[in-house]
Design a protein around this ligand. Sequence first.
Ligand code: FAD
Ligand code: SIN
Length: 545
Amino acid sequence: MPDGNLKQLTLFYVKINSVAKQTDFLIIGSGIAGLTFALKVAQHGKVLMITKANADESNTKYAQGGIAAVMYAHDSYDKHIADTLDCGDGLCDREVVEMVVRESTQRVQELAEWGAQFDKNPDGGYDLAKEGGHSEHRILHHKDITGYEIERALLDQVHTHPNITILDHHFAIDIITQHHLGVEVNSRTPDITCYGAYIFDTESGKTETVLARVTLMATGGVGHVYATTTNPTIATGDGIAMVYRAKGKVEHMEFIQFHPTSLYNPGEHPSFLITEAMRGHGGILRTRDGKEFMHKYDERKSLAPRDIVARAIDNELKQRGDDCVYLDCTHLNADDLIAHFPNIYKKCLSIGIDITKQQIPVVPAAHYLCGGIKVDKAGRSSLQNLYAVGECSCTGLHGANRLASNSLLEAVVYAHTASQDAIGRFKEINFANGIPDWDAEGTATPEEMVLITQSRKEVQTIMSSYVGIVRSDLRLQRALDRLEIIWRENEALYKRTTISQPVCELRNLINCAYIILKHARLRKESRGLHYTIDYPPVRPLLREV
Ligand code: FAD
Ligand code: SIN
């Protein structure tokens, strides 16, 4: 289906560029991955960072639980490595897991040196929390708004750096490769090279060409492929779709992590997260009638890895016909609960729930993408001079299921290794010549926005209905049949419509939904986050009790 895209795209590139911007490093995305990479490479060259919303708007900003790292002797690298491998259900790359975990201490210290404040105990040591799948307390956090604090600290550093320019409200449409010089490329072409990107200024409506020696994709996840997600609206899989269209390698897209506990508050979109750290703090999952149920599924009960908890909740809801389950924290010390989770306390109170006295209604929601742009240990994608870091990348760390709080960690470790690799090479890379401007000839402003907004909803409904926590061959086929219709309609719309963020995002969502489906259909087993009733699971849903 979307594999035919590039031929059609040729129509748009016909004029020779006259005023392209040039930069040593083009960074697309201003979450933890992009910002960390920027601070490192900016010591060596000019950085242009573009980001499609306000600079701080990112998944990073909403991270609650924290960042996993081995800090003290009660813990060990070996234990963190074992937990990550166990959670990944046999698909992690062991070498990558070892590298990331062994770097964790140093990279977290670096975040602290840049000004990120992690909570401490009265004795001055870090107050480490525990989350599902972790055998030790090892999560550094800033109350229940860790991501907000990290994003703040990194942006403060970036804003004062003389070598970094940030352009907010600038949207990357497509990366530029030799395809735009008229050279035919396909997925077997060995040296597809990234020369930069076409960027759309969402405020002026102008499209610019940016040429770069090195480009970093740091565009985050794909949560908005689904109807219910914890991700902010920026998470539309743009980077992954761009690389896929450019014939770069993308893998493991079937592994979508559903967070077990988003606040059940019908009508609220995106969903508000209830951090797993609350279960680490002693919170217990119960059904509507007040009964615990997690012991039926895993001996770690409410603190089992996320895929197991989300599937258990999904099963309970289907068996019982309920709309939600409950997280019970009412037995915990109230002052302590409010001190640790002030943001969640405030949010729940705003909808009439006092978490110190009442249970919190929760449901699973799409939360994190384990797959993405395939990269090597230096963060290099399959396209020359294009790196990918953070949630849009697939490093091999997470395998079939990510261990909680390992994603912020992965982003800082790979921002470091990728930056070191890029610093060593960027001066030898020349800017491309003869790249044509973006040409919108033959396109017009869409008269009917409903075609775009409605298609976006349809994609989300299809994916949530048929490609969710539990799948089957039949459901996947049905999703594909329906998605194909929307894809055809949207390609026609895209060709006759002037560039806008909604139209590009819809196209990217459709591309990502298609890749998720394609990869899910190829995986003929139940493993980690990909659970299908047609193939016996590696781990049975219910355990013997
Ligand atoms: P993001 O932080 O998502 O940044 C992506 C950036 O790219 C944004 O600036 C966006 O605007 C920009 N962008 C996207 N597309 C384009 C485009 N076309 N053009 C220009 N710019 C673009 N992980 C943990 O480890 N611990 C946690 O406690 C934790 N809690 C979480 C809680 C919530 C509610 C959510 C949603 C996620 C949580 N995660 C957590 C996951 C983690 O936050 C993300 O995986 C991580 O922050 C991703 O960082 P990133 O830099 O890769 O992407
Ligand atoms: C959470 O706080 O529960 C989210 C942690 C994560 O996604 O790693």
